[in-house]
Design a protein around this ligand. Structure first.
Ligand SMILES: Cc1ncc(COP(=O)(O)O)c(C=O)c1O
Length: 415
């Protein structure tokens, strides 16, 4: 069995099947490139998350807020709404899209960075939405937006703080701490020393501070566990400080970041232990909070999507072998072109395991050297007309895709 086989992806007679349907048939029916998503896989992932928190004390609600930036397709939103999800939205348009998909305002939190007064005005039209502020300096803009709209009802506000440490699979996805490992100053969150003051200011201006939020970064594996745990402890310490200052919180949001398995040698983030640690710390502290929130994107949808593309020809040049396919990374699966560390398994859906393995670079049709889905992958040599499947294309692929080179963004189908 291949490491990536699961209930969604199976091999039968040396061909790849997605939820029991042949990848070749799907490609024939819809053309390539095409994104193929499984609602069932999304539901399974949601269930896994629910189960790791199942031992929460009665009365402590667990909110799984889907970070919809990962993939805002309305059918994905509706699937997760039905499963019981909340929403983490990062732009006014994401808020509107979640509302359109049927999420009630009360289940949406808006977390924005470099936000304008106009952005806040758009969000405050929906008074049930919780606004998660990312900077002390945002309060003035939020306040001006509320005044301009003459909002009378209480505005629920939470504070994204930066606990001073972060982790991510790439330097570009580390979202807390002072600087990324590459030395870029990190723009997110309110620094430690300003958190209490931020809450005080919000209260003074008659906002309703209800939560504390942190998000360390994206794509955690087992190595990230110690830092993730440390950040949980820091959060608990911060809540203690806030309570001393007179703030009782409704929820604590620990953010997202836990990665699905992208590659065979990746050791998975120990989600169950992480959940147990959060529950233990929060329940023992006796803060009386109503809810714990986690905010996954990748974990819920990455492995529920696949990109299918056709091999147009196999090219040899200077001893290199290229499978030239009917897709461009930027337009379909941009992660490998953006992040050096990103890896997407590529499977020959037409002949999964047959033939002698050779080193093949899977190249896209864009005018850019970096437009490669995988470099020198050891796989059975693809042939013209065969279908390749780029796995884990459900998160941060369609949502990050562009029309670079005027190549269209592919259609998305659900099976
Ligand atoms: C505020 C916030 N929450 C949650 C997430 C989800 O991250 P992931 O998809 O790695 O779970 C992100 C993405 O980086 C984010 O910025």
């Amino acid at each position: 069995m291949n490491w990536w086989e699961n209930e969604f992806l199976k091999v039968k007679d040396n061909k790849l099947y997605l939820e029991g349907i042949s990848a070749e048939e799907i490609a024939k029916k819809y053309g390539t490139p095409i994104y193929v998503y499984s609602r069932r896989q999304i539901r399974r992932n949601f269930q896994v998350l629910k189960e790791v928190f199942a031992s929460a004390q009665p009365g402590l609600e667990i909110r799984i807020a889907y970070a919809m930036k990962a993939n805002p397709h309305p059918d994905i939103l509706k699937t997760l709404l039905k499963a019981g999800a909340f929403i983490d939205a990062v732009s006014p348009a994401e808020v509107e899209t979640a509302l359109k998909a049927g999420f009630p305002e009360e289940k949406i939190m808006f977390t924005g960075t470099s936000i304008s007064q106009e952005d806040f005005e758009q969000v405050l039209r929906h008074t049930g939405v919780t606004v998660n502020i990312d900077a002390f300096e945002q309060i003035e803009l939020l306040s001006a937006a509320r005044k301009r709209l003459r909002v009378k009802s209480p505005v629920r506000v939470s504070v994204r703080w930066n606990p001073g440490l972060g982790r991510g699979f790439s330097s570009k996805t580390v979202t807390a701490g002072r600087r990324t490992p590459d030395g870029v100053p990190i723009k997110f969150g309110v620094e430690d020393s300003l958190v209490v003051e931020t809450f005080k200011k919000l209260k003074e201006l008659d906002f309703l501070p209800v939560g504390l939020h942190q998000h360390l970064g994206s794509g955690w594996t087992e190595e990230d566990f110690p830092v993730a745990i440390k950040a949980v402890d820091r959060m608990v310490g911060k809540v203690r400080e806030l309570r001393k200052a007179g703030f009782e919180l409704e929820f604590l949001d620990f953010g997202g970041g836990f990665g699905p398995r992208y590659r065979s040698d990746q050791r998975l983030f120990p989600l169950a232990e992480y959940a147990a640690h959060i529950l233990d710390k929060v329940e023992r502290a006796g803060f009386g909070v109503k809810a714990i929130v986690v905010e996954p994107g990748k974990f819920l949808v990455a492995d529920a999507g696949v990109l299918l593309a056709r091999v147009e020809y196999v090219k040899k040049s200077y001893g290199n072998l290229f499978a030239c396919i009917s897709a461009g990374t930027f337009n379909t699966v941009p992660r490998p072109a953006i992040y050096e560390e990103a890896y997407h398994e590529i499977v020959n859906a037409s002949a999964v395991n047959s033939g002698k393995k050779v080193k093949v670079t899977v190249a896209g049709h864009l005018c850019e050297t970096g437009d490669v889905f995988g470099v020198e992958r050891l796989m059975p040599c693809p042939e013209r007309g065969q279908i390749l499947a780029v796995l884990l294309a459900g998160a941060y692929c369609r949502s990050m895709a562009s029309t670079f080179n005027l190549r269209p963004i592919p259609k998305e189908v659900f099976i």
